[in-house]
Design a protein around this ligand. Sequence first.
Ligand SMILES: *[C@@H]1O[C@H](CO)[C@@H](O)[C@H](O)[C@H]1NC(C)=O
Ligand SMILES: *[C@@H]1O[C@H](CO)[C@@H](O)[C@H](O)[C@H]1NC(C)=O
Ligand SMILES: *[C@@H]1O[C@H](CO)[C@@H](O)[C@H](O)[C@H]1NC(C)=O
Ligand SMILES: *[C@@H]1O[C@H](CO)[C@@H](O)[C@H](O)[C@H]1NC(C)=O
Ligand SMILES: *[C@@H]1O[C@H](CO)[C@@H](O)[C@H](O)[C@H]1NC(C)=O
Ligand SMILES: CC(=O)N[C@H]1CO[C@H](CO)[C@@H](O)[C@@H]1O
Length: 505
Amino acid sequence: MAVLTGFRILLFSLLVSRFPLVLGDDVKVTVKGVTSIGTTDDNFICATLDWWPEAKCYYGQCPWGKSGIMNLALRIRIGGSMQDQVLYKVGKTVKTCNNLENSTNGFFGFADGCLTMERWDQINALMADTGALVTFGIDALYGRKRLTAYGLYDGHWDSINARDFVNYTIFKGYKIDSWEFGHELCGSGVSARVDARQYAEDVIRLKKLLNKLYRRFKIQPKLLGPAGFYDEKWFSSFLQKSGPNVIDVVTHHIYNLGSGVNPNLIHYIRDPLFLDKVAQTYKDLETTLQIFGPWASAWVGESGGAYNSGGKTVSHTFVNSFWYLDQLGMASAFNNKVFCRQTLVGGNYGLLNATTMVPNPDYYSALLWHRLMGKSVLSTTHNGSPYLRAYSHCSKMKPGITILLINMSNCTAFNVSVESDVNLYPLAQPEGVKLREEYHLTAKGGCIQSEVMLLNGFPLVLTERLDIPPMKPFLVDGSLPIKVAPDSIVFATFRDFKAPACAWA
Ligand SMILES: *[C@@H]1O[C@H](CO)[C@@H](O)[C@H](O)[C@H]1NC(C)=O
Ligand SMILES: *[C@@H]1O[C@H](CO)[C@@H](O)[C@H](O)[C@H]1NC(C)=O
Ligand SMILES: *[C@@H]1O[C@H](CO)[C@@H](O)[C@H](O)[C@H]1NC(C)=O
Ligand SMILES: *[C@@H]1O[C@H](CO)[C@@H](O)[C@H](O)[C@H]1NC(C)=O
Ligand SMILES: *[C@@H]1O[C@H](CO)[C@@H](O)[C@H](O)[C@H]1NC(C)=O
Ligand SMILES: CC(=O)N[C@H]1CO[C@H](CO)[C@@H](O)[C@@H]1O
């Protein structure tokens, strides 16, 4: 073991010294270990699925369904742009499913505007196989009339089809973690919108319905909404009108990188000032919830970074983790409990490549986050360049803390020392050298738009048996600073960091 450790440390210095011309900066990161500033859900990592990868899935069997790849998909949100035009073929109201045309993108049956119960059975079989928690987005436009050319829908929601569908789901014993009502109908809407008061009225109706249908259950699924972009007026009016004990989670969508076709995307994603702008949205939503909906928590219900399917040469490459991990850090620091990545499969921003089903770099970033970052979020600041981003949480299932460092600078390496804001708990213990676990993520060949990410110098690629490769840390002398190379990401775990907020039994 000692030999192995020595080898790892040696190897580590060799790797780091591959950047000889790099400028260096000493940075002091301060972690407030006394109290946490937020807590995430046990299953913070979530991915969305709004279409069924038809070519790869037959009769509910997807090749990746049973493979280790799905270990990450802890939470799946099923829903998306077509969700509010879907009928469920169950009960007396929907007699025929219009099979208009065979859609190449093969939505979950959504492209046909109709979800058959056979397809729903298949989806549930897959979800049960993978052990994923499911959030399902219910059609919230059923029964309403389109009022204006600008997509305003009027009238009450007709709950009958949803009632039959939820009833069927319960009858079949399918476990749904949460039901979400509508998709992007809030504020000025995207393709459709509903007035906040009307939406609140209908959410109350849906809540009553769920209470009734799940009356024999000890734990009821959560109710989520409005699944759209934050709009102060709409969100506060909705929360005031619906009142306590109706909505459990306010879901909001984040696409802070703008359009995926913008040629500046590659610059935005490395620009800390640009990335910081969205913090205002998190802050405003937090304030709105404190004032009008203290009973509800916040989730990022959908976020793909750049909209229009993401950027062709950006969203599935190493550099996208600058944005993604930064957002995971920021969302949890603003006490968002869950972060749903658009998408698990599909578009340029899929965590899995839709053709090959091979995980993209962000997949591994999410996996490391999931394995290392615990629920309690710690306040983390530093005195260095804004191109260095730092977040820390209590470690997962271990004593101490884990810190995430993102170096967006392509020319500056950082020597990072981490300290507690309270000197009562000095990091360096007198009794001998402590080892720190470090995971260094870099792009293959130094090309940040590479589809392959390296962990401690080795490429993260599936094994021959299509399993996730082992993801082992370096063990580093804890008294030395953490070296963060340019264009790299580091997770470092300190077992002996005394953070009272992380009291570990
Ligand atoms: C960073 O730390 C290493 C030792 O770990 C040292 O050799 C190097 O000079 C430091 N760089 C800066 C810029 O302080
Ligand atoms: C659509 O799919 C059905 C069943 O798979 C098939 O019989 C039919 O020929 C297809 N139609 C078109 C237009 O491709
Ligand atoms: C729920 O489903 C069961 C089984 O199909 C059926 O007997 C029952 O009438 C349904 N209840 C409602 C309220 O639709
Ligand atoms: C999927 O992988 C193939 C082969 O590496 C690549 O050419 C393609 O660009 C990838 N597609 C996406 C959307 O990432
Ligand atoms: C760093 O990025 C800038 C702007 O994209 C570029 O001009 C420069 O050549 C890069 N430097 C290195 C060392 O890659
Ligand atoms: C302070 C610093 O290192 N700035 C550089 C960070 O990286 C970006 C792009 O990678 C450069 O444009 C900055 O000069």
